[in-house]
Write a protein that binds this ligand. Structure first.
Ligand code: GLN
Length: 190
């Protein structure tokens, strides 16, 4: 199994470390040719969705990945990655992949409370440590979306078919592999 990590900006190296710890083959997507390779899953890291979105288009990676995701490629978006996958971002009129039936709210926790940590559940996994950095949350989700985590009454993880998103950053805890393992077991291998 090979999982590609979009490596244009943001916390991509941290995702690669988790995949290495899980002994999963991985490579970086930095060019259109990288995006055209064969792979079993894709990670869209945290960072700045506007920057990543612009680079995706400038480098002509966008259309290649959008087609693959629409054709069922398993994809895991963290934080900015969640914004890139949402069909609707309430406080940003740019659209990116536009594939997941969620309404996301960018920078939802304001500047003062930009970063915080919480412990909550993710599906049936308990005690999941969650790091939020200028994170979005999911304001509402369509019928086909399974809600996996709620923190302070806000949806912070969800899944729709081949698409998994978290508002938090599981990759920032180097020894914590459970969410990546969920992606592998429940979305890639199903
Ligand atoms: N605030 C960023 C955005 O809007 C997301 C933050 C993150 O990925 N840590 O894209």
């Amino acid at each position: 199994m090979t999982i590609a990590v979009l490596a244009l900006q943001g916390a991509f190296a941290e995702h690669e470390k988790i995949l290495n710890a899980l002994k999963i083959d991985t490579f970086q997507i930095r060019t259109k040719a990288d995006a055209e390779r064969e792979f079993d899953g894709l990670i869209l890291p945290g960072g700045e969705s506007t920057t990543i979105g612009k680079l995706l288009k400038d480098l002509e990676i966008f259309d290649v990945l959008k087609r693959k995701i629409e054709n069922g490629l398993p994809v895991f978006g963290t934080c900015a990655g969640l914004i890139l996958l949402a069909k609707d971002v309430v406080n940003d009129n740019r659209k990116y992949f536009d594939v997941m039936d969620i309404k996301a709210h960018r920078n939802a926790y304001g500047r003062q409370l930009g970063s915080f940590e919480a412990i909550s559940t993710f599906g049936n996994i308990d005690n999941v440590p969650m790091v939020f950095i200028r994170a979005p949350f999911i304001e509402s989700a369509g019928e086909g979306v399974e809600i996996l985590s709620v923190v302070e009454n806000r949806i912070v993880a969800a899944r729709q078919k081949n698409i998994l998103v978290t508002a938090f950053h599981p990759e920032l805890l180097p020894d914590y592999t459970a969410i990546h393992q969920y992606f592998i077991d429940n979305i890639i291998k199903k």
